[in-house]
Write a protein that binds this ligand. Structure first.
Ligand SMILES: Cc1cc2nc3c(=O)[nH]c(=O)nc-3n(C[C@H](O)[C@H](O)[C@H](O)COP(=O)(O)O)c2cc1C
Length: 210
């Protein structure tokens, strides 16, 4: 399912098509080829000094890893994520190889997951990331070492029928996607001073004439 997105300028179709679904087809499976393509996209993401800190735990619906990842989710996420074809936990080290704090490891992990989600969209798959899980439950279930932290659980699958969702979740799923204006996000000259090119222009705001 596509959701038209009112971007300020046209984006690459894959980026414009990406959105985070909660409605997954409970019958659809993720092929090995598709799963590997997602993980390969994550592997080739840039990282600080090419340190490649991202680590993943991967479960497919029905296997023990999936069940343990599902158990670690907050109930509000578990309700819909149970139908995903796969759940992936994203982890990163707290210290670098020299024992110093790994200041950019979580940034690098986020970038790896972003690449994964774009690759998923290109394959016609849907992704929703979740911070709503218990890192402690996950640590226990998988014996995650103390020097690594789980930052996210990612649901992947084929988009399904929103009718399977609880009513309030279905309403959220149908709500228009929104973003803060670029001019409120992108500054130049001084903090808070919008980049001139990012300011909404009159001709963008007016309906086309003639
Ligand atoms: C780090 C992170 C944590 C998130 N945690 C949750 C979550 O626990 N539950 C959930 O339903 N969505 C979660 N989301 C999804 C966001 O709510 C979603 O990406 C955002 O509303 C923008 O929607 P879009 O991705 O469709 O543009 C999370 C996204 C990110 C990047």
């Amino acid at each position: 399912m596509t959701r038209p997105t009112a971007t300020a300028v046209p984006l690459h179709p894959v980026l414009a098509a990406r959105w985070s679904t909660r409605a997954y087809d409970p019958e659809a499976e993720l092929s090995d080829a598709a799963l590997l393509a997602l993980l390969e996209a994550a592997r080739w993401a840039p990282s600080r000094s090419n340190s490649q800190p991202a680590r993943f735990l991967v479960g497919r619906r029905g296997d023990a890893t999936f069940t343990a990842l599902l158990d670690a989710l907050k109930p509000r996420n578990r309700q819909w994520a149970q139908h995903a074809a796969a759940l992936l936990a994203g982890l990163a080290p707290l210290r670098d190889d020299g024992g110093e704090p790994a200041t950019h490891a979580s940034y690098d992990l986020g970038q790896a997951v972003a690449h994964l989600s774009v690759q998923a969209t290109a394959l016609g798959l849907s992704v929703r990331q979740m911070s709503g899980f218990s890192p402690d439950v996950l640590r226990q279930a998988f014996a995650v070492p103390d020097d690594h932290e789980a930052y996210v659980v990612v649901a992947v699958g084929r988009h399904g029928d929103p009718v399977t969702l609880a009513e309030e979740v279905r309403a959220k799923e149908a709500a228009p996607r929104a973003r803060r204006l670029l001019a409120e996000t992108v500054f130049a000259s001084a903090w808070g001073s919008p980049l001139p090119a990012a300011r909404p222009r009159q001709r963008d705001a007016s309906p086309p004439s003639g």
